[in-house]
Design a protein around this ligand. Structure first.
Ligand SMILES: [Zn+2]
Length: 150
């Protein structure tokens, strides 16, 4: 699978780029150049998710985060996204279970948003954060029989 090779390259350097973005506080031209070098359509789609305000990032008082991302093709669909986890169909298949380095566009958007702080995260108390996360886990994942770290 050609795409798999692309994602392996992406994952190898992705954390480095995220660190650069965190340091700068924004997705700088240099970071964009690095991302473009991956020539990965999911990176471009992830940036479009952020630019079109399709992502809402939640941050707890103790610094944990998760995101809700509106579907690109179906706006009534919302995906729950955390590091190495997304409820979209891309992430639920057997390939992901055996290839942990694979990431979907939602997870890339989550990582970029978390790193650059854009859009601004909604800050919640630890209790409110846990309640909201649990609500989305129960309503969007449990019925499908999939849980994080399963
Ligand atoms: Zn996804």
């Amino acid at each position: 699978m050609q795409a798999r090779h692309g994602f392996e390259r992406l994952d190898a350097s992705f954390d480095h780029i995220l660190q650069h973005i965190r340091t700068k506080g924004q997705v700088s031209d240099a970071a964009l150049a690095h991302l473009a070098a991956f020539d990965d359509t999911r990176v471009r789609k992830a940036l479009a998710i952020i630019d079109r305000d399709k992502i809402t990032l939640f941050r707890s008082a103790s610094g944990r985060t998760f995101a809700l991302v509106q579907g690109t093709e179906r706006e009534d669909v919302v995906y729950l996204v955390m590091r190495h986890f997304c409820t979209c169909p891309d992430q639920g298949g057997p390939v992901h279970r055996h290839q942990e380095q694979l990431v979907c566009k939602h997870e890339i958007a989550y990582a970029l948003s978390e790193a650059c702080g854009r859009p601004a995260p909604r800050n919640l108390s630890d209790v409110a954060f846990s309640d909201l996360l649990l609500h989305h886990l129960l309503t969007e994942i449990a019925p499908k029989g999939r849980m994080p770290d399963e």
